[in-house]
Design a protein around this ligand. Structure first.
Ligand SMILES: [Zn+2]
Ligand SMILES: [Zn+2]
Length: 376
């Protein structure tokens, strides 16, 4: 039901309840308490983080002068529609200028949605425009607009939700990302079948990204709840996604729960034997918690190296080097293997600070050991 047949609703204040699978908002009329579905284009007056407003109207059917100004609420002969979105109404330049900070996100998005509607593009088409923009440097805002527009068309296009949230986080809008993700998670909980219809993995990613957004806010408890939910989805859909499991280990670290941290990292290395990062994390945890267990930590780092993750190989060689150096000092044996590791790390990243420092340490130890007559 649009507003074409509901002139009585024009200009009425409504409360947004939930975005429906159809792309329409379920709203409650403030005065009558009536609950109806309205297209986003038929809502105006920005006041909500999602960019939709709270006054119902049919822009085509009501004479402009009968619509209240979005700035001051005045109804009168001079009221004109915003030239950007053609939805917001203003009585004067002053009211428009004053309202602009609240209106600009909605205005841009409404204009974009109208253009895309005119081109008759599907939600997926619009999403792909977003992906293309995201790949071009300096077009992050453009990508964000396309992703938002595709979600308005199809609120269950969770792959767009995940990309939108990541892009918002990348431009520093973590709160915006949280809003978008929480909204999607709520929709997903209401209609889990629709949530996994396009790409099951996207539903998982939305929960993992939500956890990351909570982590950015130092809200570890809520982050863990999101990661747990992501893990549940991964298990139900049989997805091999290590992200949420790995983040769980990081959460226990932040909480100072060492036992849970080690347990989680052990489980992760077993659950994802092909994931380089799980073995590296387990090795680091073993180094911290069981500093004398050289062999088990070294085995984890060696395993990580067989799975190589180019960019971070230098870190693993450096960590393996430190493990071997500590072992050499304790056992009063030769640090030659440790030195080889640091040199390997520096070959991959010649400015690696830890490898540079520890290589000097290992060489100094070799020299001292030599002078003091240790049988190396
Ligand atoms: Zn006004
Ligand atoms: Zn506007």
């Amino acid at each position: 039901m649009g507003l074409v047949n509901r002139d009585d609703l024009n200009g009425k204040v409504v409360k947004l309840e939930a975005l429906q699978p159809s792309g329409r908002w379920q709203v409650t009329c403030e005065k009558s308490g009536e609950s109806i579905l309205i297209k986003p284009a038929n809502l105006h007056t920005f006041s909500d983080a999602l960019g939709y407003g709270t006054t119902a109207r049919n822009p085509r059917d009501t004479p402009m002068k009968d619509l209240p100004c979005n700035g001051c609420g005045e109804v009168g002969g001079n009221n004109k529609a915003c030239v950007g979105c053609r939805i917001a109404i203003y009585c004067s330049k002053e009211c428009q200028t004053k309202h602009w900070p609240d209106h600009k996100v909605f205005c841009k998005q409404a204009k974009k949605n109208q253009e895309l509607d005119a081109q008759d593009l599907s939600a997926l088409d619009i999403y792909h425009k977003g992906v293309a923009a995201a790949q071009r440097r300096g077009q992050e805002r453009e990508a964000i607009d396309f992703y938002r527009a595709s979600i308005v068309k199809d609120p269950f296009l969770f792959v767009a939700v995940a990309n939108l949230a990541s892009m918002l986080r990348r431009v520093g809008d973590n709160e915006g990302a949280l809003t978008v993700l929480l909204d999607a998670v709520r929709r997903g909980a209401e209609a889990p079948q629709s949530a996994v219809a396009y790409e099951p993995r996207a539903f998982y990613i939305v929960h993992e990204t939500l956890g990351n957004a909570f982590m950015s806010n130092h809200d570890v408890q809520r982050a863990m709840a999101s990661y747990r939910q992501a893990m549940k989805i991964a298990e139900a859909l049989r997805l091999r996604e290590p992200g949420a499991y790995i983040q769980m280990g990081a959460c226990y670290d932040l909480l100072g729960d060492h036992a849970a941290s080690l347990r989680t990292k052990r489980e992760n290395a077993e659950r994802f034997p092909g994931a380089y990062i799980c073995h590296y994390n387990l090795g680091c945890e073993l180094r911290t918690q069981q500093p004398m267990a050289f062999d088990t930590a070294a085995a984890s780092f060696r395993k990580a190296l067989t799975l190589s993750d180019g960019r971070r190989d230098a870190d693993v060689h450096a960590m393996l080097g430190v493990t071997l150096l500590d072992e050499a000092v304790v056992r009063r044996s030769s640090p030659a293997d440790a030195i080889a590791c640091f040199e390997e790390a520096l070959r991959r990243d010649r400015h690696h600070p830890a490898a540079q420092r520890d290589l000097q340490k290992a060489k100094a130890y070799a020299m001292v050991a030599d002078h003091s007559g240790l049988n190396l």
